[in-house]
Design a protein around this ligand. Structure first.
Ligand code: F6R
Ligand code: ZN
Length: 192
């Protein structure tokens, strides 16, 4: 018997999908070592292990031919000068792409290849972002009050490699400086 087509809605402003099989909450403690300002990170963590972002996944088999969809919600906030962000990852099957549709909020997608090529793309409502195969990706919320809400679609067999980014970080950081939002080089980035 074949699967039946299905649909779900994503009512704003909360963006909690009407169908959801898995709800992930990533707290500050899960992002250890990722923010540039380690002292600010430790200070904030001592105050509260706050939720930095959440993901609602629609479950499908993790096999080629399937598409995995869901909603990613990055809450507003900063650690030191750096805006809230996802852990970020390469796909384990490097040759798999991903599409993001921005439903709400403002921010950036920080991306890079294993060879160290970097690209940062603005995320604004109704913008559609294509992340090609081989590009690691991390969403950053720069809204002051609003969540950054994106819908994502990627191949069922992609898998997630978090380790590479945990070790080397991304080349680019999104921070607030005296002039506003700035994209700067990560002083701690090192080629794998
Ligand atoms: C899936 C994907 C998104 C992210 C989500 C959370 O391949 O890119 O669904 O998983 O935005 O970010 P991570 O997975 O980096 O914690
Ligand atoms: Zn991905």
């Amino acid at each position: 018997m074949s699967d039946l087509p299905f649909a779900y809605t994503v009512p704003l402003p909360l963006a909690i999908p009407s169908r959801q099989d898995n709800h992930i909450q990533r707290r500050l403690s899960a992002l250890k070592g990722q923010f540039a300002d380690a002292a600010a990170y430790e200070r904030l963590l001592a105050e509260e292990d706050r939720i930095v972002y959440e993901v609602y996944e629609i479950q499908r088999p993790h096999v080629e031919g399937e598409l995995l969809t869901g909603i990613s919600i990055v809450h507003p906030g900063k650690v030191g000068a750096e805006f809230h962000m996802t852990k970020g990852h390469f796909h384990t099957v490097l040759e798999t792409a991903e599409v993001y549709v921005v439903l709400k909020g403002e921010g950036f997608m920080v991306m890079e290849t294993p060879e160290g090529e970097a690209h940062v793309e603005p995320l604004t409502p109704n913008r559609v972002l294509y992340v090609p195969p081989r590009w690691a990706h991390r969403s950053v919320c720069t809204s002051r009050q609003d969540d950054l809400v994106t819908l994502f679609v990627y191949p069922g067999n992609a898998g997630h490699d978090y380790g590479t980014i945990e070790t080397q970080g991304f080349r680019k950081l999104v921070v607030e400086d005296a002039n506003g939002i700035a994209i700067i080089d990560n002083p701690r980035w090192k080629r794998a």
